[in-house]
Design a protein around this ligand. Sequence first.
Ligand code: SF4
Length: 459
Amino acid sequence: MPSVNNTIQLITREQAEQQGTHLIGKPGRAQESCDDDLAKGPWEFDLAEALAGTPGYGPGASNEDAAPAATPRQGQLPQEYKDASDEELTSRILAAKAELGDRVVVMGHFYQRDEVVRFADFLGDSFQLANAAKARSEAEAIVFCGVHFMAETADMLSGAHQSVILPNLAAGCSMADMADVPSVEACWAELEAFYGTEPDADGRVPVIPVTYMNSSAALKAFCGERGGIVCTSSNAATVLEWAYERGQRVLFFPDQHLGRNTAKAMGIPLEEMPLWNPRQPLGGNSEDVMRNAKVVLWQGFCSVHKRFTTAQIDQARADFPGVRVIVHPECPMEVVDAADESGSTDYILKAVAAAPDGTTFAIGTEINMVNRLAAQYPQHTIFCLDPVICPCSTMYRIHPGYLAWVLEGLVRGEVLNQITVPEATAVHARVALERMLAAKPRSAKERPERQAAAGAPGA
Ligand code: SF4
């Protein structure tokens, strides 16, 4: 099965011939990508952004998102890496890895392109990779083929003697960028002014801040300093339970969808989940609404998962009666509600691995991961719910050329593109991460009735 990137190259260069030809994705469907620019080298966008003086996310799902001015930019990749053929890059990467041996470990996120993932020593989600990095204490360098917040987490969890490298600094995350420290601090000040800071009779403070793993180290530190916690898409329900034991309500950022889907499954009514618009007083909500809030949802989203719709689910069910629809909890609520199941990348992987042969899956998550599952499990029919090939823009910014560049830099003794979280930030962020690790799911017996009945996504 061709990779996502090979398919994009083919349909961009030979679109006419490819009409009606199935390369990847749903059987029997013509292929199209969301942006012809995906066929170009990511360095073209590094250059365009440098010339324009404005950062951007490049082609793919986040292309239309506004990148903050402070978004890291990538300097120019040396020409030799742009000109190198795939074969040359492969042999240079393998040679550099062989020379470095155990001194380097390469991490590949599930959403990363196959052309990069094939050189990874570990493949996983952001937290699995950060923990894998921690376990490889002999590695002086951790090359993280994911996005910026993941490299930050790896830096905070790895040893002081280890350098974490992000091969392209422009590989950020548009969702993580939707919540920045000044906006969250301003929100927090408003919430404190509105709710006060005194605990209730049960000792629960007015608000507990909860940040999704997909956020900057500075926001994890913000939570650590204010009695808050980090969550992943696998443990969001457990983390919310932890928070409600200590607080009357939660400020959840940056992903509104994960927050809403999780809280809804716990039985919290939608009217108790106001959306916080950081550009409006009280987030654009009335005092009455805020008084009843159980979870205040930051107005952020993932542009990859926002693309999934209930119409796509209807179409999949019409085309493949009996299809099993699984979506990620970063998808909008109506999509999660219409799916058969929702869960983290790990949940999706395990569900596919455990299914009886011949199962048909329509999956609502990033296309590189779905395509890889389809290749790994040929006994099933597996396709992405989104009919258009539209990978994560920021994962796309890492190409084998950048991987070869940073690895050959290490061979010369040069650490390129190091991601370092200042210790003053890391110390607080680790507190929020450790709270998450210590949080244990309550048994169904302990939960209020409405929560136990609803269950939890992402489990
Ligand atoms: S898939 Fe979404 S949340 Fe994940 S890195 Fe890409 S933009 Fe960020």
